[in-house]
Design a protein around this ligand. Structure first.
Ligand code: AP5
Ligand code: MG
Length: 209
């Protein structure tokens, strides 16, 4: 199954994706995570995108489209994938349609108050990328990942100014994709406000799994 996860920053896309990969047996492809790995590796791509991401702005369409096109050409995506955080603009969606056909788009319906609460407490493993939360999903040890013993950190783009910018960018450039995909009959709306287990159950239900 080829799925897109669409929703504002902090909606819980990465968190549900981490559970959904076990349910569906397909890879989780997060453009944000690919960019963060490139930044950590100080690669050419990482050096190019670091300031943009830290400020909460979008990386340019050409760079992002090329990255996803290359990733979707790899063998592990044959059976399907969960694409998280791509597309984020109409040109990205149009480009994707030219190199892959998707089955469904999960739209994470999330009020701003929930976004702020979730991003305000997010803690991330530097090694495996797992998303913890200081209140809702605490790691056993404050600084160490439960899954891989990696170091836990706070993302640079979770600073309040960057979060406000990301919400603005989401409304202006990404939210129009909801109508774009609704018109194609691909949208499934999910209420992303409840706790994770409730959302996982809803995800299974809406996809008939
Ligand atoms: P990206 O990494 O995709 O960031 P985002 O879309 O802003 O989304 P987040 O990862 O912040 O949130 P999430 O929905 O995954 O929530 P999470 O599961 O972590 O992109 C980062 C940047 O890269 C962009 O700003 C842009 O610069 C660039 N970029 C990426 N893709 C691009 C593209 N296509 N084009 C151009 N630029 C691009 O959950 C958040 C917190 O809440 C966690 O602490 C979690 O534990 C907690 N939580 C989750 N679910 C629940 C729940 N149900 N109940 C309680 N707590 C919960
Ligand atoms: Mg994420």
């Amino acid at each position: 199954m080829k799925l897109l996860f669409l929703g504002p920053p902090g909606a819980g896309k990465g968190t549900l994706a981490a559970r959904a990969v076990d349910i569906l047996g397909v890879p989780h492809i997060s453009t944000g995570a690919i960019f963060r790995s490139a930044i950590a590796a100080q690669s050419e791509l990482g050096l190019k995108v670091k300031a943009i991401i830290d400020a909460g702005k979008l990386v340019d369409d050409d760079t992002t489209i090329e990255l996803v096109k290359e990733r979707l050409s790899q063998a592990d995506t044959q059976k399907g994938y969960i694409l998280d955080g791509f597309p984020r603009t109409i040109p990205q969606a149009e480009a994707l349609a030219a190199f892959s056909s998707i089955d469904k788009v999960i739209n994470f319906d999330t009020p701003d108050s929930t976004v702020l609460e979730r991003l305000g407490g997010r803690r991330v493993c530097r090694k495996c990328g797992y998303n913890f939360h200081a209140i809702f999903n605490k790691p056993k040890n404050e600084n160490v990942c439960d899954h891989c013993s990696g170091e836990i950190y706070i993302r640079d783009d979770d600073r309040p100014e960057a979060v406000q910018k990301r919400l603005e960018v989401y409304r202006a450039q990404t939210a129009p994709l909801i109508d774009y995909y609704r018109q194609k009959g691909l949208i499934i709306d999910i209420d992303a406000s409840p706790m994770v287990d409730v959302i996982v159950a809803e995800f299974r239900k809406v996809l008939g799994l």
